[in-house]
Design a protein around this ligand. Sequence first.
Ligand code: ADP
Length: 619
Amino acid sequence: MSTETIEFQAEARQLLRLMIHSIYSNKDVFLRELISNASDALDKLRLAAYQDKDLGADTGDLHVELVADAGARTLTVRDNGIGMTRDEVVDLIGTIARSGTAELLTRLREAGDSEHAQELIGQFGVGFYSSFMVADRVELVTRRAGTTEGVHWSSDGEGSYTIEPAADAPQGTSVTLHLKASDAEDQMHDYADPGVLRRIVKTYSDFITWPVRLAGGEGDPETLNSMKALWARPQKDVSDEEYAEFYRHVAHDWQEPLETIRLAAEGTFEYQALLFLPKVAPMDLHMRDARRGVQLYVRRVFIMDDCEALVPEYLRFVKGVVDAADLSLNVSREILQQDRQISAIRRRLVRKVLSVVGGLRENEPEKYATFWEQCGRALKEGLLSDPDNRETILGVASFATTHGDEPTGLADYVARMPEGQDAVYYMTGDSRSAVESSPHMEAFRAKGYEVLVLTDPVDEVWVDAVEGFEGTPLRSIAKGQVDLQSDEEKEQAAARQEEFAELCTWMAEVLTEDVKEVRLSSRLTTSPAVLVGDEHDMTPTLEKMYRAMGQEPPKVKRILELNPSHPLVAGLRDARAAGRDESGTVELLHGMALLAEGGELTDPSRFVGLLASRLERAL
Ligand code: ADP
């Protein structure tokens, strides 16, 4: 096979253009990315050789090597790791398969050249393409361990690359950067200068567990990094900067972590963990195929990335490493799902993360607020999926409330409850304004009762699973009966019940297609009518969510509640008593209640016709 020229995938091309016109101010990070890839390749080879004795790979002296040539102005980053086949090079280097790419590019376009763009791209992880920040041309020679023929790849990053067979490629990958001339003058950033390389490796890659060597000069190559696994070093010996660099390595984030969490256990299940909470949620946090899980090591040997068995889905923003002492190096993902030791670690890890979040809420409100804004929505999924920790999650969660602009915790809500209030009240809906202007709010506002405003899609689902918080029941203001009345008011209401009984029965007949009951309300002060659901009925927002996902939920008939103090309702009663047919007005009343909650009329033109004729009569 001879040389082929292949176009980069469109998304890859756009990202490359950004790299070349470097929106990243800190170019040094390209080396961290390349060493990180090299280190991963060594991890993968060690594991593959362990699992397949016939691989025929050389694992004698696994390392990363930097070769700088000041005369030729090149820098080569070489590893003798797993390497890539031709198809892998085309797939992995020529395309970006990561979820969230399209969204990233849209957001980048919106952000323009601003600092925000840097942030976005950093969050996404720049990887191999960052080489083009410092090089006009990049060459990659690689041979997959266990195969005989290598591949030579070359590109200037401007749209296409060439690829051809390479007969004598050594096992592993070497990436040669033809450095931009413009960086040669800059002493701090001359990447052909050993001093600069030493500094960068020390800063960004010290913890890499493989030797990173600097070749050249006379004598032996020099190892630049200390290779100490951070999680195995005493906590006090690790600086914040080192943690931050390690975090960037495992999380593909550009920022420092919001919080660093360490835990360790000895005895039967010995393990160490080093975990991080992010400052900014990963780009794919709310996408269906979001990456989750931490890296799994067994006694310092890397086993896998994204080990789902260690972290529940609702904690998918947690990044880091778990190093377990007593697992087989041969474990598969399937086995891990059932492993007792892994589930024990997972339980402990979940409790620890939740307690750290709780600690932030207690002691570092600003950090907590950042965390909650970024990751709260994901965490709330645990209210449904992790019943064992439900109370704890409720305890560390925050919710928007009618009490003010700041979100509140449930303990604070309960502490504010006035005498006589015996439940935590909430309402779900599409938006804060929809909830606040809902007729359901009226009686609660009149009473001065605080209501939680739940507008995340996930809120629609967990509220049904959660009965209460520390003994105080959780209740929707839009469902079931509300009981806010004093004894005196109740007596009056009972008397009215009689007065309106006939009207309610008749209205229920008129509206039989749409409502299952018509009754008097104690939740209205100004609106004439409102629609409510039974305790376990699906809410209109949830119905909408099902439709948005392409499913048709079963039709739920609602309950129409009337405000007996409203002139319209009293008028209807009198008209009915006088034998006039006001079924059109009844339909209008129902339509108004639907509109008031942001719902849609089944037959808008019929509604408008009825309305026009009523108005005509009134003029
Ligand atoms: P990321 O490392 O974030 O996945 P990169 O663009 O840096 O993204 O790399 C894409 C993929 O190419 C890697 O996931 C890996 O599979 C492969 N790759 C990159 N560098 C090497 C290397 N030195 N050896 C083997 N595979 C590599």
